[in-house]
Design a protein around this ligand. Structure first.
Ligand code: MN
Length: 253
């Protein structure tokens, strides 16, 4: 039903069989726009149509693109520029990418305005927190106030879960997974420090590091610090997270 896709989300709503189109944000590095294939495979496996978003800084273009999507995934990547949350960079910060920060800010704002489901993954979760008024811990090993007992930069591939998280029983994440705790993969040296006023932390690692949030006022906005797109093939809970998100995208008002 390609013709319906070109007619946009409004037309698709009249055909409930149509799969939702899920926009996926890209990275830019050395002049190349890239995305890990796992994101594309995961959206397909969960019942959506993956749609790679252009990295545009033109608001009319971004609005037109978001108009054609039913859900947005803000993907993982490098560190968010700390000037965006009013901090100077500490020596331990990794590479930043202001061009990407700005492009994803436009995507997020347009998607939020349209109230389509938004899933921030890893850096995407951190960026949403910053864009909604929160701050980040720039480097867990040197800055985190917890006991530092959990390794968050795992040395094994993405399809291996290495640390556990505890999930709030009253959260959407709990509805999605049916789990009080689960094992996740972990590829981050930063995390949420102060959460944005509208966000609620719904899962934490055992050292207290935030691993998921939701927005009770705008339940279409959610973030996870781990990578369900790397685990879904052999972890039902991660597949269920993605399927729940795709269903939200399909049935949104
Ligand atoms: Mn972690």
């Amino acid at each position: 039903m390609l013709s319906l896709w070109f007619m946009g989300a409004e037309a698709r709503k009249q055909n409930p069989q149509e799969k939702p189109v899920i926009g996926i944000s890209l990275d830019i590095k050395e002049g190349r726009l890239t995305v890990l294939a796992n994101y594309v495979r995961a959206v397909e496996a969960a019942g959506g149509i993956p749609y790679l978003l252009p990295m545009s800084h033109d608001s009319a273009s971004v609005a037109a693109v978001i108009q054609r999507t039913d859900g947005l995934i803000i993907t993982g990547g490098e560190d968010v520029n700390p000037l965006l949350y009013g901090k100077e960079p500490i020596p331990q910060i990794g590479a930043i990418n202001t061009e990407r920060d700005q492009a994803e800010e436009m995507l997020f704002k347009q998607a939020r305005r349209r109230r389509i489901p938004i899933l921030g993954i890893c850096r995407g979760m951190q960026l949403i927190n910053v864009l909604m008024g929160g701050t980040l811990c720039q480097d867990i090993p040197s800055q985190w106030k917890g006991d530092g007992s959990v390794q968050h930069s795992q040395k094994v591939p993405k399809d291996v879960a290495t640390h556990s998280i505890l999930i709030d029983k009253t959260s959407i994440l709990h509805d999605m997974t049916g789990c009080d705790s689960m094992a996740v993969n972990s590829f981050h040296h930063q995390c949420i420090d102060r959460q944005a006023p509208l966000l609620r932390i719904t899962a934490r690692a055992k050292d207290g590091v935030p691993e998921a949030f939701q927005c009770d006022k705008e339940p279409n906005i959610m973030g996870v610090q781990f990578h369900p797109e790397g685990l879904f093939a052999n972890d039902k809970a991660c597949l269920h997270i993605l399927q729940y998100f795709i269903r939200q995208a399909k049935t949104r008002k």
